[in-house]
Ligand binder design. Structure first.
Ligand SMILES: C[S@@+](CC[C@H](N)C(=O)[O-])C[C@H]1O[C@@H](n2cnc3c(N)ncnc32)[C@H](O)[C@@H]1O
Length: 244
């Protein structure tokens, strides 16, 4: 059995059934599945709000909540230390990945567009050292500009319409300090392959398009599907040292 399947088993059959039912409810209110919806909710903000509101405190009803850090982040962290780094977790959801960054030694600020997500993360981790905030990737506080040695984004880009990728790329790049790193983890598709969506797995050219405003792509892993885990990208971008 793959990691995803094993995890669902740990969370239980009932959890899996509640997730399936929630997915049906969420698809029914997804702007990308009804005429005119995309124009009405271009950033999918109403839909993300609806996910957390309709969940009524049940994590099974938040499709991306696994109540543990994602394996591809954990593997990556296992070989590294983030001790003392200023880290930013983008689109933090219920906080498991942000907590993993903090355990790796970083001073973590984690943000999400949806207030309920942020409250929920704080409730789940009351002793946390992570600073959880409500903010919009596309309109982030100006003091975050160049303020992070390590920026992490997992699964938010693939949940956004393709037309937002250029703005998202500039926003992510803007957070990275001189000498800093951006780590992006996403489901993958081939260039030109249409996978429907949402979510929309990213193509190689989408990943390459994130190297903007002084960021260089320094490592790109194409991780094949195995077990229950779909094909993924794990991509690392770096900004040169100031004056270097
Ligand atoms: C697919 S979920 C992934 C959550 C988390 N990274 C994880 O892997 O569990 C995407 C998250 O990004 C948040 N989000 C969507 N648009 C955003 C924006 N413009 N700014 C900040 N967060 C956003 C959503 O509310 C949601 O929690």
């Amino acid at each position: 059995m793959g990691r995803e399947g094993a995890r669902t088993e740990v969370l239980g059959e009932d959890f899996a059934e509640r997730r399936v039912r929630a997915r049906e409810r969420l698809d029914a209110v997804d702007p990308h599945k009804r005429p005119g919806g995309i124009e009405a909710d271009p950033k999918r903000q109403e839909w993300f709000e609806a996910v957390y509101a309709l969940a009524e405190d049940d994590p099974a009803a938040v499709p991306w909540a696994h109540l543990e850090p994602r394996p591809l982040l954990e593997d990556w962290l296992a070989a590294r230390s983030l001790v003392g780094l200023r880290a930013l977790d983008v689109g933090c959801g219920l906080g498991d990945n942000a907590e993993a960054l903090a355990r790796a030694g970083a001073h973590v600020l984690a943000f999400d567009l949806v207030e309920r997500a942020v409250q929920w993360a704080r409730e789940r981790f009351p002793q946390s050292a992570v600073d959880y905030r409500v903010a919009d990737l596309f309109n982030a506080p100006s003091e975050w500009r160049g303020a992070f040695d390590f920026v992490h984004e997992l699964y938010t880009l693939q949940a956004l319409p393709e037309t937002l990728l250029p703005d998202a790329a500039r926003a992510l790049a803007s957070f990275v300090a001189p000498g800093g790193t951006l780590l992006v983890i996403s489901r993958a598709r081939d260039n030109g392959e249409d996978l429907g969506g949402p979510p929309w797995p990213l193509a190689r050219r989408d990943i390459e398009s994130l190297a903007v405003d002084g960021l260089r792509l320094v490592a790109l892993e194409d991780i094949p599907a195995s077990g229950g885990l779909a094909r993924h990208w794990r991509a690392e971008f770096r900004r040169g040292e100031a004056g270097g």
